[in-house]
Design a protein around this ligand. Structure first.
Ligand SMILES: [Ca+2]
Ligand SMILES: [Ca+2]
Length: 183
């Protein structure tokens, strides 16, 4: 009786899963991609935030410049040489010449600012303030500051600052400066 030949089973297919190392490498690659995307999103967000802050700062500087542009160097009522606000002037609503504003700050922290060109505090501007410096300068050397009242040329500088959080020191965001001749 012939012996049956041993049955030959077809070879199993070579299909197999991922090894642990392959899976780990794939995980690392995907993870790196996610980190890169998150990093790009954060950079984009920061860039947007910076652009918005810079635009706001420029606007606040422009508002103050517009507010002060038409003001004379001398007080229109007393016509005196007093540097700073005259005795009966106590705030932005009273200031009527340029040196009244020297050293003034219009700050959201105390409700005095920041101001728009109509001298009104702008709402919802937490952390912002406008600080004004008025100086006399040498007409022959515009970068040189002279004593208050010692020349007919003034330089007005508006520094726009922002506090990132309450209690923190303000950080300068921009400054606007212009020269005002006597008129
Ligand atoms: Ca005045
Ligand atoms: Ca004055």
């Amino acid at each position: 009786m012939p012996r049956c030949a041993p049955s030959r089973r077809p070879p199993l297919s070579r299909a197999r899963g991922f090894t642990l190392i392959e899976a780990a490498i794939a995980t690392m690659i995907v993870g790196s991609g996610i980190v890169a995307v998150m990093g790009a999103q954060r950079a984009f967000h920061l860039q947007n935030e910076w652009a918005a802050e810079a635009a706001t700062a420029q606007q606040l500087g422009a508002e103050m410049r517009e507010l002060m542009l038409g003001l004379p160097q001398r007080d229109p009522v007393t016509n005196d040489d007093l540097w700073g606000a005259e005795p009966d002037e106590s705030g932005a609503g009273d200031f009527d010449d340029l040196d009244d504003f020297d050293g003034a700050a219009f700050d959201a922290a105390d409700g005095s600012g920041p101001l728009n060109a109509l001298r009104e505090p702008i709402a919802d501007m937490d952390g912002w303030r406008q600080r004004v410096v008025v100086e006399n300068i040498d007409p022959f050397e515009l970068t040189r500051t002279v004593d208050d009242g010692a020349s007919d040329l003034m330089r007005v500088t508006v520094v726009v600052e922002r506090r990132a959080a309450a209690g923190e020191a303000p950080r300068e965001c921009t400054r606007v400066s212009w020269i005002a001749p006597r008129r």
